[in-house]
Design a protein around this ligand. Sequence first.
Ligand code: URA
Length: 422
Amino acid sequence: MDAIDVIRAKRDGAALTPEQIDWAVDAYTRGAIADEQMAALAMAILLNGMTRPEVARWTDAMIRSGERMDWAELDRPTTDKHSTGGVGDKITLPLSPLVAACGAAVPQLSGRGLGHTGGTLDKLESIPGWRASLTNAEMLDVLRAAGAVVCAAGSGLAPADRKLYALRDVTGTVESIPLIASSIMSKKIAEGTGALVLDVKVGSGAFMKTVANARELAETMVAIGTDHGVRTTALLTAMDRPLGDAVGNAVEVAEAVEVLAGGGPADVVELTLTLAREMLSAAGLESRDPADALKDGSAMDVWRRMITAQGGDPDAPLPSARETHTVVAPSSGVLTRLDAYGVGVAAWRLGAGRARKEDPVSAAAGIICHAKPGDTVTEGRPLLTLHTDDEARLPRALESLDGAYEIADGKPTLLPLIIDRV
Ligand code: URA
């Protein structure tokens, strides 16, 4: 087979054959297709799309490029959640221990942030001592000890995706629904979970800006999961404003701990409980109400065991920033808009995120939102507090907040927190 024939076929709008797909993914993983050829193929896929059978086969080939994990020796059903990413999305932190406290095992492989969306591993690494990299045997030990584990994917898991995602990132080919769906699902299926709930975010702070695109992505991923024997459902949820009050790393861990302690912002609690019910139902464990596990402290107990089992100290103080700067409300009225993208970029510029994969992140950087859209605000009162270790980062962060909020009379037009279920 020849890479140029495969590229030409997709360029000219043909559906790739299963043989072409298997060959292209395998040859790219082995280094037998050059980066520029795979970049051309990815661009042809972005422009011309893929049929459902092509996406299914592409995903399959990416799964087969590495190992598929197996949790059969656990005595609990496995269930997991994947979010397509957003601003202030710390839901994995309270959700994984909560679902484990209700009787499931949660083997969650998570990622790092790139650009304006945060990464679960970056957030958890603000806990002193906590380790993201575990061997498969260590993952199993943490699952046995705590019922939930959140860690980085090892290099043996879907290596084709690891290589292809890095290439897409620098060739303007991330935003392709078939490539996003196969990338996410190859990792989640290879992770070996029996059930999966997808949280597909919609709005300015998300990959998918419209409900229609998010629905297409969700339907594509649910079909892939179902075809691979993983009980998969998806929720479309709002990402037009930040989720919760905290955006960053340590500040989000602190908010997640508040939720586990029975408090926390109402939207974070509602989404955590809704996703927990979906995950438990997909795992056939409907009998326990997750709200009880928040109230009686059992979810917090699992969190503490999980953090400790990964080398972290759940009682250690979280890092705090050297500098803070408060943005006050310029007038009185109703906060009608707080744009997720603007706040996400500001947090990123404060040091919470990275511009390149190799960059470090600052654990203490982030933003606290003192008001949510719909709240009444008073002129001169705090609207946002910016946290950073580097004062020189403040001007650019403030620039990205220009036009990111609006105070007016009347009500905001907001997406419902839970838009739909697929
Ligand atoms: N997240 C992934 O894992 N892959 C994509 O392609 C996009 C988001």
